[in-house]
Design a binder for this molecule. Structure first.
Ligand SMILES: Nc1ncnc2c1ncn2[C@@H]1O[C@H](COP(=O)(O)OP(=O)(O)O)[C@@H](O)[C@H]1O
Ligand SMILES: [Mg+2]
Length: 242
């Protein structure tokens, strides 16, 4: 198993009046919200709305220029979260070695790493590719490897930024299944997509973002059946594309 850390939950994650500006533009505006443990949250919104910036802020890759982003348990919060990006970045080594490297960075002992690698390769359907160079995999397989590598760390929270944006339908289906399995195993999911079908399949809770502002945050049922915000309604009708 993963190195025993502590059982304290780093959640909730609390954003208070968060803004992010670059080049004189406010790109994320006045976000106040709280991520409780448990659910799958999907952020949707048009291209350029600020979805990637928002996730990077939450994951700590960017610092807000105003406001605060706090985990309930700040100590060790870095170790309890992981992120998967739209385009997987692989090391020039085997599939198994890519996972091994991530575990080594977290100081998991060599003895434990082998079992964890076997387990996540099995769980993501990649076992037969264990010894292949990661860079020769298809994009879909690479994205599964990115998920396996993140899952190996047993994060309390997993951020995923449009994880299926460049995949074909079969790969999208497998990636969605893996995300569901990671969630079932106890990881909080916070992801973005511009694919409404995917949001309907995955979300328990929806955040709708447009031009850097979160215009609606609602349980998925309510959001899809009776969105309150005008622009969210337009987005659901396919009329809001930028
Ligand atoms: N580092 C940056 N500096 C300036 N502008 C940026 C930076 N990163 C993103 N942007 C701009 O911020 C807006 C939101 O980008 P992004 O979060 O990538 O949108 P989304 O992921 O919803 O498509 C876009 O207009 C983008 O061009
Ligand atoms: Mg993006």
């Amino acid at each position: 198993m993963t190195a025993p850390l502590d059982d304290t939950s780093i959640l909730p994650l609390e954003l208070t009046d968060v803004s992010f500006a670059a080049g004189g533009n406010r790109l994320i505006k006045d976000v106040t919200l709280r991520f409780e443990p448990g659910l799958k949250t999907v952020m949707i919104g048009p291209n350029g709305a600020g979805k990637s910036l928002f996730l990077r802020l939450c994951h700590g890759l960017l610092q807000p220029t105003q406001g605060s982003i706090r985990w309930q348990q700040e100590t060790g919060a870095d170790r309890h979260q992981a992120m998967v990006f739209q385009r997987p970045v692989m090391l020039r080594r085997s599939v198994a070695a890519n996972i091994d490297y991530a575990l080594k960075l977290r100081q998991i002992s060599r003895r434990d790493r082998g079992d964890i690698i076997d387990r996540v390769l099995h769980q993501t359907g990649l076992r037969r590719l264990a010894d292949q160079p990661a860079r020769v995999l298809s994009i879909g397989e690479q994205q599964k490897l990115a998920l396996a590598r993140a899952w190996a760390l047993e994060p309390q929270v997993l951020f995923l930024d449009e994880p299926t944006a460049s995949l074909d339908p079969a790969a999208i289906h497998s990636v969605e299944e893996i995300i569901a399995a990671i969630h079932d195993a106890g990881t909080r999911i916070i992801m973005t997509t511009h694919d409404l079908g995917q949001a309907r399949r995955i979300a328990d809770e929806v955040l709708f973002i447009n031009r850097g502002r979160i215009l609606e945050a609602a349980p998925a049922d309510r959001f899809f059946n009776a969105p309150e915000n005008d622009l969210a309604q337009a987005f659901l009708r396919g009329e809001l594309l930028w």
